[in-house]
Design a protein. Structure first.
Length: 339
């Protein structure tokens, strides 16, 4: 069979790529027409082969093709149109239906860079569908292209979940580096716009945790009563994946708490700086009060203004203003020392 050009686009059926795996774990890439032929012969085929089909849902032909040829459970199509994108794994008609959240290739700690992957897993057919190119599914494809053997559809799902955990570990590591940099800036007294950076990082982590938090519980429920076609080894690896994922979520929660504490420190530093500026402004206003009052009184164009004809009148008024200013400054500084 000829290799098909790999891209993040899709052909006229919406298929991005397709692989057939044999019992030894070796893969063979096929196109959409060969995939359709394989699915049609599946019922009469007595083999340990299984197929992986990956679709682009932005292509309107994808869902139509899946309805007509993939023989998927109704729950899969219901999940495609549900508003909730929280991660979950369910068993329907002896098929695993999963909603998996992932990040885009050009992830930049923006909440819009988070998207969803829908997966249907049966003993012989593994179908994945997404709307945007995602990191975890592409890591899985690269591993297969580099010759990593995949012996069952359940093993393919386990590999995908581990790739998802690896992507999340990298996100948490990058978030920690960003927080370290902001903390260094805070300790050096150079806040600038780092508070906004903290807020955006925390929002992304909160959204990721909200979407991904149900995944360990969903895997735990699945492992309580796994499908009969999932081997004991695959069940154990799923359990290990669930534990790894729980650790990643714990690290994510710890990073969120650290960001929250840093935000509070930044807010306290900003408030202190504002209070200092307000205090300086208050002192200037108090010191300028005597001269403003006296200047206002002497500037009235009425008769009887004192010292208007005195040869030393200016110096006398200047002395009075200086005396009141010094007394006001002494009172303010004394109260500041008492505090």
């Amino acid at each position: 069979m000829n290799n098909v050009s790999l891209s993040y686009g899709s052909d006229k059926t919406g298929l991005v790529w397709a692989y057939v795996f044999n019992s030894s774990g070796m893969r063979q890439q096929i196109d959409s027409s060969q995939s359709l032929e394989w699915l049609r012969e599946q019922s009469v085929r007595k083999t340990d082969e299984f197929i992986w089909l990956h679709f682009n849902l932005t292509n309107m032909a994808s869902e139509k093709w899946l309805h007509e040829h993939a023989n998927l459970a109704d729950e899969f199509f219901e999940m495609l149109h549900q508003g909730s994108r929280s991660t979950r794994i369910e068993l329907a008609e002896n098929t695993l239906i999963a909603v998996i959240n992932d990040v885009l290739h050009d992830f930049s700690f923006d909440p819009s860079d988070i998207s969803t992957l829908w997966v249907s897993v049966s003993p012989q057919v593994f179908i994945s569908a997404r709307q945007k190119p995602l990191q975890s599914i592409d890591r899985l494809r690269r591993a297969i292209e580099h010759g990593e053997p995949i012996r069952s559809s359940a093993e393919l799902l386990i590999h995908l979940l581990r790739d998802q955990a690896d992507v999340l570990v990298k996100i948490v590591r990058d978030a920690v580096m960003r927080v370290d940099e902001i903390e260094d800036k805070l300790l050096a007294g150079r806040l600038n716009h780092k508070r906004a950076n903290l807020g955006s990082t925390r929002r992304v982590l909160v959204r990721l945790q909200r979407l991904l938090a149900p995944e360990p519980a969903a895997l735990f429920r699945l492992l309580q009563r796994p499908p009969l076609w999932i081997s004991e080894l695959d069940t154990q690896e799923l359990r290990e994946s669930s534990e790894e994922f729980s650790l990643v979520l714990s690290d994510m929660a710890s990073t969120q708490e650290r960001i929250k504490l840093l935000q509070e420190e930044v807010a306290a530093a900003v408030n202190e700086e504002n209070n200092r500026s307000l205090f300086v402004l208050t002192i200037v206003t108090v010191l300028a009060l005597p001269i403003n009052i006296i200047a206002g009184l002497l500037g009235m164009n009425v008769g009887g203004i004192p010292l208007s004809d005195h040869p030393q009148g200016f110096w006398i008024v200047a002395f009075i203003v200086a005396t009141f200013t010094i007394v006001a400054a002494w009172i303010v500084l004394r109260r500041q020392r008492d505090r």
